[in-house]
Design a protein around this ligand. Structure first.
Ligand code: FAD
Length: 290
């Protein structure tokens, strides 16, 4: 049986985590931690809960950025951000993940910090928004790109991810996922896209995030370059994705082989771009093609 410590400040949480060392771990919504026995993983001796730390539950929306506290749940995120048009993809990721009960408790921080969870919906949606994360340890406070965080998170000393910063940009965004019942309803492949729609209807800057295919979610840079300047046409972009998909080596899992994740990837790209096509021309401020 694990102990639970419920601090009310970030400083107290970090001090406890530092004292506990390998015996302690952060607990946010607990939806991943509580399934540790099913994964044959040991529980920590003591969990340091985040739910009583008020600053982790705040969302700040300004003209230049949106900052989301790591303790915000998937349901809270969908509710608070649904009017921010450029974040439709993130809202779709938050409101389409897992099931309603899990979405009420699973947090943004838990989604990003779980290195053993490869099918996190929020991660590709945030990658294509150029998100940064705020990470605090007892020694310092750092802001780094989400992609960097995903690469270094396993090697950090005891830390707390306190929030995510999204710069506001004139983009339209969408999210597409393929859940499989056999995979416990976790998505086998995820594609998120955030693109600038130019006044002439072509694609300006494009950001495309891919999750669940490999162990770490990432941007699909070659596809982003290939679609630059093309009309916003989902079938055409699916063709580009088919031509480039061989750069992925899908991860094998008990629920599905890796090749299947890659095989369905172009169709998921098409679905994400079909969702973008459906958005009204007013969404996403037009940018000049030159
Ligand atoms: C049946 C089921 C289906 C699900 N399906 C999906 C799905 O389809 N898509 C999806 O995205 N999610 C899904 N999830 C939810 C998934 O568990 C959560 O998205 C998330 O990974 C866990 O969030 P949590 O707050 O519950 O984290 P917890 O279980 O509390 O913690 C998870 C890990 O993150 C660490 N951690 C948490 N917060 C912080 C922080 N602020 N700083 C540092 N470390 C931290 C913990 O120490 C732990 O290692 C599903 C969950 C269940 C139970």
């Amino acid at each position: 049986m694990s102990d639970l410590y419920q601090p009310v400040t970030i400083a107290a949480a970090l001090a406890a985590l530092s004292d506990l060392g390998a015996q302690g771990a952060v607990m946010a919504g607990g939806t991943w931690i509580m399934r540790a026995p099913l994964r044959q993983e040991p529980m920590a001796r003591t969990y340091v809960a985040t739910w009583r730390i008020p600053t982790l539950h705040q969302i700040e929306i300004t003209e230049t950025h949106v900052r989301i506290g790591s303790g915000i749940t998937h349901a809270g995120l969908a509710e608070e951000l649904h009017e921010i048009l450029e974040l439709r993809g993130l809202v779709a990721a938050a409101s389409g993940s897992a099931n309603p009960a899990v979405r009420q408790v699973a947090t943004l921080g838990g989604n990003i910090c779980t290195s053993g969870f490869y099918a996190a919906d929020l991660v590709p949606a945030l990658l294509c928004q150029n998100a940064e994360v705020d990470v605090e340890t007892l020694q310092d406070r750092q802001r780094m790109s989400l992609q960097t965080f995903l690469e270094v998170r396993g090697a950090l000393p005891a830390y707390l991810l306190t929030g995510v910063l999204i710069p506001r940009r004139p983009v339209i965004s969408a999210h597409a996922r393929l859940p499989l019942r056999k995979a416990g309803d976790y998505p086998v492949t995820i594609v998120s896209a955030a693109v600038e729609r130019r006044a002439d209807g072509t694609i300006g800057d494009a950001a495309i995030g891919v999750g669940s295919v490999e162990m770490t979610a990432r941007r699909w840079r070659r596809l982003e370059e290939a679609v630059l300047g093309l009309p916003l046409n989902a079938r055409r972009i699916e063709k580009c994705a088919t031509d480039l998909a061989e750069e992925f080596i899908g991860r094998d899992g008990p629920e599905t082989p890796g090749w299947y994740r890659v095989q369905v990837l172009p169709a998921l790209v098409r679905r994400a771009f079909e969702n973008l096509e459906k958005l009204s021309p007013e969404e996403g401020r037009h940018v000049d093609p030159h």
